[in-house]
Design a protein around this ligand. Structure first.
Ligand code: CA
Ligand code: CA
Ligand code: CA
Length: 203
């Protein structure tokens, strides 16, 4: 039966032909040399381009501790701003860290994630005494070249949510046919082990 499952897994893999992400990146905004306690509003950083508002605000301990190293991004620069980049067709996992800006209410701290201008995720929170970094993870897929955007939402007042360590990597698609096959065989334990091993192979 183990052999049957293995054979079935091979067949399904061939049928669904998982297309793996072709665009991957890792950005932490720390490539920019910036004095501690200062900030700048700029048009591009580490592959991101400002796509709304006055630009991408990069802070070095200006109003809160970054998740990594020296810098973080605040997208409510002088007003609600956005940053975008192009990605190829594929299945993706997007990971990033979010913090509310210290001392700022949730109504002003929102950040939206969009694909081709359509929101797929948003987050906000009430600011504490310092940053409180919360890991976020989103799976999505795009069938053709697309635009990935982070945008400030809520009150546009120069104060808003923070981002750091944004990473895009490939994900193995969870296909409907795969789920049905597992249910059909009824080997849930074996199947989930198999799925994990497939995921590792493509990671
Ligand atoms: Ca950083
Ligand atoms: Ca600002
Ligand atoms: Ca705001």
């Amino acid at each position: 039966m183990g052999y049957a499952l293995k054979l079935a897994a091979i067949v399904v893999a061939a049928v669904s032909t998982p297309s793996l992400a072709t665009t991957t990146f890792s950005t932490n905004f720390d490539s920019l040399a910036l004095g501690s306690g200062s900030y700048v509003i700029i048009p591009t950083i580490e592959g991101w381009t400002a796509s709304g508002g006055d630009g991408i605000e990069v802070q070095n301990h200006a109003a809160g501790t970054p998740f990594s190293e020296t810098n973080l991004v605040e997208l409510d620069s002088n007003n609600n701003s956005a940053m975008s980049r192009s990605i190829e067709a594929g299945f993706y996992t997007l990971n990033f860290y979010y913090s509310a800006r210290p001392g700022i209410a949730a109504s002003s701290n929102g950040i939206d994630v969009l694909i081709n201008g359509n929101s797929i995720f948003n987050i906000t929170g009430n600011g504490a005494g310092d940053t409180v970094w919360m890991p976020q993870s989103i799976n999505f897929n795009v069938g053709s070249a697309s635009t990935l955007t982070f945008a400030a939402i809520g009150t546009s007042d120069s104060l808003g949510g923070y981002l750091d360590n944004i990473n895009l990597g490939g994900a193995v698609p969870e296909t409907a046919s795969w789920a049905m096959l597992i249910a059909g065989f009824g080997f849930l334990g074996a199947a989930s082990r198999r799925r994990r091993s497939v995921r590792v192979t493509y990671a």
